[in-house]
Design a protein around this ligand. Sequence first.
Ligand code: UD1
Ligand code: CA
Length: 454
Amino acid sequence: MGELVAVILAAGKGTRMKSALPKVLHEVGGKPMVQHVLDAARKAGCSRSVAIIGFGSEKVQTLLAGQAETVLQEEQLGTGHAVLQAQGMLEGHRGSVLVLCGDTPLVTEETLQQLCEAHASAGAAATVLTAVMPDPTGYGRVIRNAAGDVVKIVEQKDANADELAVNEINTGMYCFDSTSLFQALQQVNCQNQQGEYYLTDVIGILGGQGKRVWAYSTEDHEATLGINSRQQLAQAEKILRRRKVNELMVAGVTVMDPDSTFVDADVSVGADTVLYPFTWLEGKTIIGGNCTIGPNTRLTDVQVGEGSTVHFTYAHECVLAEGVTVGPYVHLRPHTKLQAGVKVGNFVEVKNSVVGPGSKLPHLSYIGDTDMGGGVNIGCGTITVNYDGKKKHRTTIEDEAFVGCNSNLVAPVTVGAGAYVAAGSTITKDIPASALGVARARQANIDGWAAKRK
Ligand code: UD1
Ligand code: CA
């Protein structure tokens, strides 16, 4: 079969989405549709991908930069015309071409591999991926002769009554011999109901040349679903999420309620972790084994080490080491690192800070731009005063320090190792190691004051 290259059609607007965003950039399962297609193609063995772009090309190109070569189709004159745009880029390519659409995010590497294997073992010039649909309306129909060979593909709008009755459809995915494909495309015209250059005509043309045209029919309907509307987008979202959660369960993760657990495609979760309902694991999140996550937790691009517990929490772009406990009602903001055994309790926000091993921030605190050592105790209501209205400043809290309740640490400031901050202090000067910093008015008691007031 030689080298395998993917050509991904992604120039269309997606009129029925009613969106300013190109259709293929709409996200499903946490990433743009076309990204799913590209990932499946790469995993199926494509060494190069060429994307045909048109509507919203700058935005599509930005996403694809470094992942796929792109070629602009200035006017969308049909799928055949679209593939033809890749000819220049594939000059000299003597292997196979996998033609895919950017709007089929459910396609799996397995399905693509099966298509390519069928193509290779048939020694075909073209192999079309087909599926038998209960309702084939809207799709191109696969027309076979009495011997069962594929003769042509007819679009819904061009089909006669007999052809419309066929329920084996063209999924829009194909494997072609590169040379045969581009030769046949030269002969495609636009004499059809839609006045478009149809890629599907290549099938009939190759057959007419006496070349072998093959069809591989997949059982996996879902994998071929094309997204044209927001309803289909929601349908795909459900399928992808269910697939991902199933994968996790097969790998040893307990998911208490798959219907209310939302895990993006690229997330990984270790065995014996338990996901409670209403947990969102997004982006490049990586959860270790033996963790308890949720309920009501959203983690976006977060790493969590083994044996940690995170509940009722929103965290993004953070790293949590092993054995940490977070929640309830915690917000962890970007560039936060919680080292092993850290405990962050209710109503605490941590931003751009490192919290050393075993430190405790149990209640009602804001810790921002802070370098905290290990074994630190942060009293209830501690606030790092990190912003002077113009600039952010850092706070340093060294190992084993003890910060009393309701203290303000006005940055830049350092609380030395083993030092104490008296409760209710507003600390503006560094506290040396092992010292006590007190910064509050001394208490005076006025005897008999209440009686005099009356
Ligand atoms: C196409 C097939 C049909 C098949 C169906 C499967 C043709 C003629 N028909 O129909 O047999 O059943 O897919 O979903 O191929 N595109 C471009 N440039 C263009 C035209 C289209 O890049 O000039 C892209 C679109 O953005 C889309 C893909 O090609 O990603 C398919 O085009 P679309 O118009 O949706 O084709 P269908 O009518 O669905
Ligand atoms: Ca389509």
